[in-house]
Design a protein around this ligand. Sequence first.
Ligand SMILES: [Ca+2]
Length: 484
Amino acid sequence: MQGLVWSLCALLCLSLWEESYCRSSRETQRTKEPFLLRSRRAPIDPNSKQCSYTFLVPEQRITGPICASTTGPEPDKDRVTRMDIADVREVLNKQRREIETLQLVVDVDGNLVNEMKLLRKESRNMNSRVTQLYMQLLHEIIRKRDNSLELAQLENRVLNVTSEMMRLASRYKDLESRFATMAGVVNNQSILITALEEQCLRSLGRGELAPAPPLVQAVPQNIPVDNRFTNEIQRNSRAFTRGSRKNSPTVSPFGIEPPPPQGTLTSDGPFKDCFQVRQAGHTTSGMYLLKTDNSDRLIQAWCEHGLDNGGWTVLQRRRDGSVNFFRNWENYKASFGNIDGEHWLGLENIYNLSKQGDYKLMIELEDWAGKKVYAEYSSFHLEAENQGYRLRLGTYQGNAGDSFTSHNGKQFTTLDRDKDAFTGNCAHFHKGGWWYNACGQTNLNGVWYSGGVYRSKFQDGIFWADGGGFYSLKSVRLMIRPID
Ligand SMILES: [Ca+2]
């Protein structure tokens, strides 16, 4: 009995081991099957390794029935079937198609991304352009605003100037009215003065007052319109008080070199006249010492060497009104003024100079427009003092017009010595000393007026009738030189 139990136990253990071995073999085969399928691509016969049971029956006596199983092994639930593979393949195909679909979607999305990038780039460019245009627009707006502001300022200025012009016009009209009033007052005063003079003369028993000399009404041809009736009369007080003033050398209006300072005479000499100075080789215009043949007196004279080959002895010069020429006989007989400026060389000196030989006279005239003209007389000399320094002139030539011949043969008249042909004293009316006739066509020793046209009760400017009786010249020179 005990042997039978041990036999049954051994049989049971053997069957358990066999079963576990077969299971492990199948598992091993299952794990290797894909490889086998991929390598051999041959179907595996599931029945080739099928286990079988071997029954070891101990040698004993069987006392009961023995049962044997007639059913086959149980089917393996983990076995991979073809159906599974087909399913997997179908799933794989399905997944592949989905992947392809997704790939297409990704490709489409990629194109969309690229387009989106392009659109973004274009959008940035458009934004930049819009910003630029906006800045330009702002600039234009600011510029137009500035222009508008400037235009408004200009309009204001124009309005202000217009207002100022209107104010000035009103002021000018006011001044015109006041001037007319003053002119009326002056006329009334002139009439009153004339009446008082007549009354005074009657009371003194001198008879009737001598009438004024006839006025020279020749109208100048070249008076600037702007100067007409706009120039102020020269301050007579200035002219009177500056008679002995020493002027500093100034630039000659005729382009002559500046003279040396007064008192610095050339060491050479004395000379007979300036022509002799020129012959001695002096070419610089200036002050030279002269001594005439008929006198022991030394004369300071201005020699002009810058005009017509030089050698001219200057008898008289006017240019700036710095010297008073309304003087008496003794002054005119001697000399006065500044040799390097306005001066009168003196009747006695002129008489002695002109007596040395045959001289010609050059008169140079310059108006306020800078135009220069000249009058030349072929001969010139004076008679002695006992003849009143009578003027002797030759024939005229030049472009100034002959206004001096009417004075030919006349004696010299000053405020204190009346030798003229007029009933009164021409020097009183013309305020100078000259070879007056009655009274004449020239007054080159008259009052120096600034600007040309002058207003005066008498015709007392520095006039040359062919240049206008009421036109006072800017500069004048009288010069003599021996006849060629
Ligand atoms: Ca007289």
